[in-house]
Structures are given as C-alpha cells and as structure tokens.
Write a protein that binds this ligand. Structure first.
Ligand code: GLN
Length: 485
C-alpha cells in the first residue's frame, strides 16, 4: 500500500519517476476519506490546497528541480502550528474562527524542502491532555481499536500516521504529547532537545517545556523530518545555534551503546505487567548485542509529575491570558462591559480542563503560595536535570517505558484528572530536564494494543539517540505492523 510506505521508499519512487507527488497526494486523500469517519484524526483539511502544492512539486520533479529528496511528500500538522491562511483552533472553541496570518518557522522550512503541508490534526485543547478527549471538536479514535484513545495531546497526529492518512506528522510535546500518543498508536515519536526546533508560530502552552517534533512510522522518517525543521531561528530566542546534523545519516551509526535502565520507572504500582515485560525484552535485546547495561537510579524523578503540574500550569496561566476576546479569540455576545468581555468570553471559550489548569496556575503563583509551590517546583526541576546529566556521563542512552500502560478505553479517565495526568509520569521529567527522547514501538499488550519504549539522550544528542533507536528497529518488525483498518 502506497500510504504505508516510508519517506525513503517514497523518495526513491519519486526519484525514479515511477511516482508523482500529485498521485501520492491523491492516495493519501483517498485513504483519509475512507478512514476519517471512523478515526476523526483531522479537525479539517483542505484537499484542493494540498493538491495544488503537490502539482507544483510534480513540475519541479519533471524539470529536475526538486527542492529536496522529499519534495512532494505530505506531512500532517497538529492544529497548534500556524500555517498561513489556514484555520488554527488549538482544539478550542476559543480559536474556532481564527485564521493564521503567517507560517510558523517549521512550516517555512518544510515548504523549502517541498513537503506538502497536509491538514489540521486533532489535539487536546491547547495541548492539555493525554487522550485527545479534551478537544472541543470531538475525540479521535485509536486506529488499532476504535474503542481506545489514541493518546494525547498530539493524538490526531499519531492516529493519522498510524492509519496511513499521512506519511509523517508534526506534534508538540510539553510533557509527553508526542511520545505518549506515538506509543499508544504503535509508531515513532521524537521530542527534540529544548531549543533544537523553533517554536515561532506555535501556540505556547508552557514555554519552558514546549518543543515541536516529528511523528512517523520509522526512525529514519522522524530523522529526515528533524533534519529539515531543526536549527536556530532568530524569531525564537530559545532556539539554540547548535549545528543540525544529517540525522538520517547519523541514525545509521552503530556502536555498543551504553544503556542505563531507569530504575524508578521499572517498578511501582502503576506499571502494567505487559509493558514491563516488553521493556525487559528491549533490555535483553541491547544486552544480546553486546551493549553494556546498567541500572540508573534518579530518585528525584518521583517528584517530577507533581512539579510538572505546578510549572506547566503556572506558565499556561500566563500564556493563555492573551485569549481574552479582545487580543485573541472568541468574544462573548452576552458581554456588556470590558470586565464582562473578559469573563464571559473566557468562560464560554475555554473547556473544563483548560479552566482547571488556569485556576491551578493562578493559585501556585499567588502571593503566599508562590514560594511553597512554584519556587519549590523549580528547585525540584533543577535537581531532576542534574540527576539526568550525571547519569548521562556514564551511559549513552537511558531506557524506560514510554507510558505505564498501553492505550486505555475512551472516557475511562475523563472524570479523574489525576489518573489522566499519571499517564505522562515517565515522560514529563524529560521535558523538565530539556533532553531529547524518542518513543519506539516494542510490542503489544494482552488487548493487542501497542507498547512504546522510551530512549532518552544527551542534550543535542539526537544523532546518537536516533541511532540507538534505529539499531533496535533494524532487528524488529513492530514498526512494519499496521492497524486493521
Ligand atoms: N499530558 C500532559 C499535559 O496534559 C502533557 C501535554 C503535552 O505534552 N502537551 O500537560
């Protein structure tokens, strides 16, 4: 099936002339139309615009002026990333009628490589959630079993890639939103180092944690996209001027990776037995290949989730202040004066989870509580980072499960925010430390739902991280299995 081919296969076919971008785009549109009623991965898509981009790529290939080996390959975009003249809702009623006036830097870079910008993928409202159920525009189903959630907040991106509606997609990850849905949908998701990818044109959730990254069906595919989108951008002062490697090439490096097993995440109440067993098999694989394995203990990660929900809500409280019915967003028709424009517009525009975060953020920053919560959480954050950095002196890669369980049933955790938050317990500390991490498919649980392994690397060590992941992938075929859809 053409829609399940990797970027590399598609690129080879484009180069040989056996495939044209418009034919490829037509195949993805057809696949999307067939599967979208069951999945609802997209908030919307503009078929004509995608075909127009693909036809322009046809002409470039025909004249031998392709912009890159990936010219004409479609990439799905999470609905939090600005694409000029397209709607951007961030999964919220607040932005229901918003049209982006400019391209995010990542979009500019993808266009420069000729990639076709394809659709607006569903997500939890303002990226707050772990199941895509907080989207104001309906839930997305997991392609492996429609009764299960695809994860979140980049659930639409993960479901679309897993189901062959797009070759690759962009997501964002503040506490796990690329890795957790990739794990739940049986595909690969990479959260780059904080500062590796520009966030200009990406709606901010928690600015000290947010990062854009690729979701794909193979390690090589996410490597290819990272090479395109990475790099310093003068529009985003948090992006860092570290050279962007050719990550596709880097991912073929082989060496006896020293692998640390993150002890705190290999035990404990919440960890499902099938997930634990699958990760043990990943450990055995690296060991059997001659990789030195050692346990690493990072005791402070146990305080990570609590600290994350203080820092992330504090930053969200501040970032979301701009959605007030005046500067941005929905304006209430019932408002009668300035104060009621703010109050009513925000009451009507935001969903329940977003309101919960705003209230929590206001609380942890308020006079008298600031030191007790916010300042302490920042201290925990720097301890966590130090622990990771010390561990990464002795090992090249730290391994853990990506999530404590495989995908859960829809509505199962909707009434219980804490249990929803716990599904990111293994991913959030990586954002707090600013490190790169990848989730790769490594098995299935008793319900035949996919399981993900998380590999964590050194700052700007994406090359080694991808290589260690690709080394595993080369000897396994989980990434070649597709949902029965
Ligand atoms: N699920 C986590 C949260 O709700 C992480 C979200 C994210 O990474 N955007 O905050």
């Amino acid at each position: 099936m053409i829609y399940y081919q990797t970027i590399k296969d598609l690129s080879n076919a484009l180069q040989s002339g056996s495939l044209m971008p418009s034919g490829l785009m037509a195949a993805f549109i057809k696949r999307t139309k067939e599967t979208e009623p069951a999945l609802h991965s997209f908030i919307c898509y503009d078929e004509a615009d995608a075909m127009k981009q693909a036809e322009a790529a046809d002409l470039r290939w025909k004249s031998g002026k392709n912009l890159s080996p990936y010219d004409g390959i479609p990439i799905g975009i999470k609905d939090i990333i600005s694409v000029r003249n397209q709607p951007m809702t961030c999964g919220s009623r607040m932005l229901e009628n918003y049209i982006s006036p400019y391209d995010a830097t990542v979009i500019t870079k993808l266009r420069a490589a000729g990639m076709v910008i394809w659709g607006r993928l569903n997500m939890d409202e303002f990226a707050m959630g772990s199941s895509t159920e907080t989207s104001a525009f309906g839930t997305t189903q997991n392609p492996w079993n429609l009764e299960y959630v695809p994860g979140g907040s980049s659930g639409g991106s993960a479901a679309a890639v897993a189901a062959g509606q797009a070759c690759v997609a962009l997501g964002t990850d503040t506490g796990g939103s690329i890795r957790q849905p990739a794990a739940f949908c049986g595909i690969v998701g990479l959260k780059p180092t904080y500062g590796r990818v520009s966030r200009y044109g990406v709606t901010a959730f928690a600015s000290s944690l947010d990062q854009v990254g690729p979701i794909g069906r193979s390690v090589e595919d996410v490597a290819a996209v990272l090479s395109i989108i990475g790099g310093r951008d003068s529009h985003d002062s948090t992006s860092v001027d570290v050279p962007v490697e050719d990550y596709v090439h880097a991912s073929t490096r082989e060496k006896p990776w020293r692998v640390g097993i993150l002890s705190e995440f290999m035990e404990g109440d919440g960890l499902d037995g099938d997930v634990s067993a699958a990760i043990q098999r990943v450990v055995q694989f690296y060991e059997s290949q001659g990789c030195p394995i050692q346990p690493v203990s990072l005791p402070k990660v146990n305080a990570g989730l609590a600290a994350y929900y203080i820092i992330a809500t504090a930053e969200a409280f501040s970032n979301l202040a701009r959605f007030d019915g005046i500067r941005y967003g929905h304006r209430s028709k019932a408002a009668t004066d300035v104060a009621s424009v703010y109050a009513k517009s925000r009451a009507e525009g935001f969903g329940e989870e977003v309101k919960r975060r705003i209230i929590l953020g206001a609380f942890v920053l308020s006079g008298g509580f600031h030191d007790a919560y916010y300042t302490r959480a920042q201290k925990v954050r720097s301890l966590i980072r130090s622990e990771y950095m010390r561990a990464l002196d002795d090992v090249d890669i730290i391994l853990s499960p990506a999530t404590p369980t495989a995908a859960f049933h829809e509505t199962e955790k909707c009434e219980d925010p804490l249990s929803m938050y716990l599904s990111d317990v293994y991913t959030v500390t990586v954002n707090m430390a600013g490190l790169p991490a990848i989730s790769i498919p490594c098995g299935f649980d008793r319900n035949h739902m996919p399981i993900g392994a998380q590999l964590i690397g050194r700052p700007f060590g994406e090359g080694d991280l991808l290589a260690a992941a690709q080394f595993y992938e080369k000897y396994h075929d989980f990434h070649r299995q597709h949902p029965p859809l």
